[in-house]
Design a protein around this ligand. Structure first.
Ligand SMILES: [Fe+2]
Length: 448
């Protein structure tokens, strides 16, 4: 009898574990809404129970938006009608009484500050290039993926959110010749145990770069790009993409900072095309595409934010990056630089990933405005040793070059009109490797 009871308990435990594959993953948390992501198995109907921490009797239940493809089932829960500035707890619960509810987790909605009080101080994290080993499909030899305990360190940060800057997973040769392969890789990496705490510790936003889009250096010509977009949209809870004609570019705001999340892949002409033809910038070589560039320019013109973060998978400003940077797309590079100067767009800071090292590269614009591109890489992937050539770049802030696994902590603070964004590159164990302050008052063009 005791053996039967034991078997029954094991069966129940296996059933429950098998039904919720991965999650919760916290998506954006706004003043009155929040989103939560799970990967599920089976056909049971699940709801998200959510209640104010201080008032459990006000529990409400929310249905899932369900996405299915092959054997993969994703449930996204959109929590609405929340109160601002309030801590909530939530847990997943099943209509099938055999399944006990999941463990509860919490989030806090931001406080409504506009027209009421100064912009709140906050911090956020950023990083790129997260490679997780799977020896059967990795290149033979030394593992490319490093110490995943960086995510444990990151999960202890009291940050408002994480911004994933691309190469957030790595499709392999075994993945990118089939639609199923794209789903397999995203699902497999999402469920890895060392990420579990991080997923629920703060909201997550993301852009992509080549490796979580398709093969190395892929662009607009990739035949699986629609499927890759489907996977990206299924696995992240970003705000809606800005364009109905494809791509993942979008934006969000937090406190007095606007974030413009670019798509460096969906509209990209090949990196192999010549930068110039007949001595003039090649008009057929674009990275962002006309529509996205117009959108970005209009967004920048409208933005009243103290800092305007433009985030992209590829570098923007590094003239000594021989391969993968907007400078090799001179039509768009010139267009964006000219626009920022001509329209006197204050407070712009660029963030990019991809490089397998972190650095800061800056370009002087008129009136002493120093426009900087903060490269954040790599979370777990192999580290890139920069060449002497790249180190000789006069635009490089040498003290910010970091050649080990790291992430970025960005802290925003200071009084109105004198806000500061402090950028720190943080090592796997949580140690500050380098830091630099960006002052709002320095990122300003002279008044006309
Ligand atoms: Fe990349």
């Amino acid at each position: 009898m005791r053996n039967h009871l034991l078997l029954f308990i094991v069966w129940i435990a296996v059933e429950v574990r098998a039904q919720v594959r991965t999650g919760p993953v916290l998506g954006p948390v706004e003043f009155r809404t929040a989103s939560v992501w799970y990967a599920l198995e089976g056909d049971d109907v699940w709801e998200l129970e959510c209640w104010p921490e201080a008032n459990p009797s006000s529990l409400r239940r929310f249905p899932a938006e369900d996405f299915r493809r092959f054997e993969f089932r994703i449930a996204k829960f959109y929590l609405t009608g929340l109160a601002e500035g309030t801590t909530y707890r939530y847990r997943i619960a099943c209509s099938n009484a055999k399944q006990p509810p999941g463990e509860s987790a919490s989030f806090k909605t931001p406080s409504l500050w506009q027209y009421r009080q100064p912009a709140p101080d906050f911090s956020f994290l950023a990083g790129s290039c997260a490679y997780f080993n799977e020896p059967a499909f990795d290149r033979p030899g030394r593992s490319y993926g490093g110490d995943s305990s960086i995510f444990e360190t990151m999960s202890r940060e009291p940050a408002a959110f994480m911004l994933w800057l691309g190469d957030n997973w790595y499709y392999r040769e075994s993945d990118y010749h089939s639609t199923w392969g794209h789903w397999y890789r995203a699902d497999r990496d999402r469920g890895l145990p060392h990420l579990k705490k991080f997923w629920k510790s703060m909201p997550h936003y993301a852009i992509w770069d080549d490796h979580d889009y398709g093969p190395n250096n892929e662009g607009a010509a990739y035949v699986f790009k629609e499927e890759a977009t489907r996977v990206f949209n299924a696995f992240w809870n970003n705000p809606p993409a800005a364009s109905p004609s494809g791509g993942i570019y979008t934006r969000f705001s937090h406190s007095d900072v606007d974030f413009f999340l670019l798509d460096s892949r969906s509209f990209r002409d090949s990196d192999e095309l010549p930068d110039s033809v007949g001595g003039i910038p090649n008009p057929d070589k674009r990275m962002l595409g006309r529509e996205q560039m117009n959108w970005l320019k209009n967004q920048l013109a409208n933005s009243k934010a103290s800092f305007k973060i433009i985030a992209n998978g590829s570098n923007f400003l590094n003239r000594f990056n021989r391969y993968d940077c907007l400078v090799h797309y001179p039509v768009e590079y010139d267009e964006l630089m000219r626009f920022i100067e001509d329209e006197r767009i204050d407070g712009v800071i660029m963030m990019s990933g991809d490089r397998h090292h972190s650095d800061v590269v800056c370009k002087s614009l008129k009136d002493g405005y120093l426009l900087c591109d903060i490269t954040n890489s790599a979370l777990t992937s192999g580290v890139h040793r920069t060449s002497d050539y790249e180190r000789s770049n006069p635009d490089l802030i040498a003290s910010m070059l970091i050649e080990q696994n790291n992430y970025t902590r960005a802290s925003v603070y200071g009084s109105t009109g004198e806000r500061v964004m402090k950028i720190e590159f943080i090592g796997v164990a949580g140690q500050t490797l380098s830091s630099m302050e960006f002052l709002q008052k320095d990122l300003r063009f002279a008044k006309k």
